[in-house]
Design a protein around this ligand. Sequence first.
Ligand SMILES: [Zn+2]
Ligand SMILES: [Zn+2]
Length: 261
Amino acid sequence: MSLDINTAPESLVHFLGSGSSGNCIVIEAPEGVVLVDVGFSARETLRRLGTLGIDPERLRAIIVTHEHGDHVRGVRVLAKRLSVPVYSSAGTRRAAFLDRECQDSRVLAPADPTTIAGANVIAFRASHDTVEPIGVRVELPQGAVTVVTDTGEITAEAREAMRDSAVLAVECNHDVDMLTNGPYPWFLKQRILSTRGHLSNVDAATAIADACHDSLTAIYALHLSETNNAPRHVRTSVDTTLERIGHPCRVRIVGPLGCSD
Ligand SMILES: [Zn+2]
Ligand SMILES: [Zn+2]
């Protein structure tokens, strides 16, 4: 994989999978590979990296967005096996026991830019039912990649980070009608719909439209609920909004096995 300045930014981003069964995003930074979340076992993560032809020896760091199992499951074992640092907010570091169980656990404080594998990385606050969840903006020479997942609302910081990104990877968790009329118990529906739950298709589409600009080249939908969403609903919400504002991008769906679009 060439890291030439003219490389299309979306070709530097790969998805090992997204959803409640596990999340892991691969970003090719100037000095090596950075993973955002490792929600699969270390063994499964290595298998999926192999399928994409990515040499695990190129891994330089893992960034953890929050302590839920579908984001953190394989972090400790993979970090130990490959001897790489693990970055997270101070709250996630404590809640996921990264400070005790990882040899090299570092704090990535919101709004405090850090250089990771040669890329400028800016964490920003997300809104989720965990101690200190974050999203990340990874600024590559080819353009910024911004990941916003597991958030009940788009925070002001997330909105700022999404602006002028070349690649957006945004949670499109549920269709509000499917969730409201679906089989989940009332308390779980309330949790998902709350400002500390998960992002709906419509809220994601609005945030993406707000962040649209000429150099935005790829939009990925993350963390679709298998019970309360369907790719067609994501496309209806996001693509209709993009068409209305005249932007040529169309959303690509990232499922449990990665991005097939
Ligand atoms: Zn999750
Ligand atoms: Zn979560």
